[in-house]
Ligand binder design. Structure first.
Ligand SMILES: [Zn+2]
Ligand SMILES: [Zn+2]
Length: 179
């Protein structure tokens, strides 16, 4: 059981044929900018993996940690968020000729000529899915007052924000006319 560290300029690959059956730990540390995914990510991307290897099967569990600089869509406050995501991959080593493949359940099949597993795609996928379309500093964010623009998380204002949407007004009129 050893800890291997790879420098940031090396891809997230593990040459599993170098390791005996058993549990092995790996750690990848990258400058997240190097992945050129989204400029909101900053600092280091850390991937810690546990590989459980046996003769015909390998299970790898990885924890992916990273940070992002975000802007709340409701109150436009900038904030930092730390992420810690997890994924697991299962590999079967198939002693038949053919190409390495992945089935619909996500199980990867390796052939005897494969000697590496590449985690970069899984890590990239996690990063891509981590930032939602709508960014909120918190689910309870009050947003900005539509009248005076004050951040309602910090203080209340005296504006009358009960103004109804003009579209609804029209619909209401329409409805009352029909009645
Ligand atoms: Zn907010
Ligand atoms: Zn206001």
């Amino acid at each position: 059981m050893g800890v291997s560290s790879y420098k940031s300029d090396i891809q997230m690959k593990i040459k599993f044929t170098n390791y005996d059956d058993g549990v092995h730990h790996f750690e990848f540390l990258k400058d997240i900018d190097d992945l050129e995914l989204d400029n909101r990510f900053f600092g280091k991307l850390k991937v810690k993996c546990k590989l459980d290897k046996s003769h015909r099967q390998m299970i790898i569990d990885c924890d992916v940690s990273f940070n992002a600089n975000l802007t709340c869509d409701r109150c436009i406050t900038e904030f930092k968020r730390s992420y810690s995501e997890h994924f697991q991959n299962i590999y079967f080593i198939v002693y038949e000729s053919g190409e390495a493949s992945t089935d619909s359940s996500g199980i990867h099949y390796l052939t005897p000529k494969d000697d590496k597993i590449d985690l970069s795609e899984d890590v990239t996928e996690i990063l891509k899915l981590s930032l939602p379309m709508k960014i909120l500093c918190s689910d309870e964010c009050e947003g900005l007052c539509p009248v005076c623009g004050k951040d309602l998380n910090k203080s209340e204002c005296d504006c009358n924000t009960e103004v109804e949407n003009p579209v609804w007004e029209k619909l209401k009129k329409l409805k009352s006319n029909l009645n």
